[in-house]
Design a protein around this ligand. Sequence first.
Ligand code: GUN
Length: 294
Amino acid sequence: MAAQLIDGRKIAEQIHLETKLRVEKLKIKGIVPGITFIRVGEDPASQAYVRMKGKKAAEIGIHSDTIVLSENTKQEELLALIDRLNADTNVHGILVQAPLPAHISETVVFSYVNPHKDVDGFHPINVGKLMLGENNGFRPCTPAGVHELLIRSGVPTEGAEVVVLGRGNIVGKPMTSILIQKFKNANATVTLLHSRSKNIEAHCQRADIIIAAMGFAHFVKASMVKPGATVIDVGVNRIEDKNDPRGYRLVGDVDFEAVSQVAGKITPNPGGVGPMTIALLMSNTVQAAEAWAH
Ligand code: GUN
């Protein structure tokens, strides 16, 4: 393998150490950072994600509660619960795990969370602050985690050609918003590609950094990558695998085996972006509690 691995687990642990110190400072002031997770329905992936987030919160001294609602919960009932948590001074962060059942509007629900408790960074106020380049909002955890990965593994973004694959609200759009800002460690030239884009291969071949978040297994092939480029794999895709006891296995958006022969730096998957999402969620939760303390 030619490429250097970007170890997301190691970088995430470093961030957790920093976050833990911030938690300890808050505790001296009598504040225990608290986050409440809301899960609607029994989607196995969402169950696993919320469990992992709760476990990590406990490890670094953040209090967490998980509220599980049935698949049939009415939107108004979920909004009433969010109202209650918005008013609860022990709750600094509220996270409603996506995806929600089809009869509930994610846009309505995310807009209902108090923007000061919106540790996911999905509220329109926080989306707007990010787009405006204001630093006092919350940034969505996955793209903020990718940004930290780039910074902490020494990948320069100033003037770099970046291709973001995928235009979702959770990763692609906010990733672009972060990297185009007039900030140190941003200032990139970003091309956002999506399912209707033309000449995807040619765009990718020009890129110094490719961030793949389109939800398409093994989409990024070696032929699309410039030698020495950095490749970040955000994808989590299920593919059938009869040899796996679950009947499937999880793979990323990048054909790792082949691309790692060409790239300069690459994230493993798992062990790349996933741990960073959790690290940034913990950091955002502490940011919410710190704002409370002022
Ligand atoms: N589902 C997939 N990613 C996320 C995320 O970052 N936050 C929430 N709330 N749900 C998700």
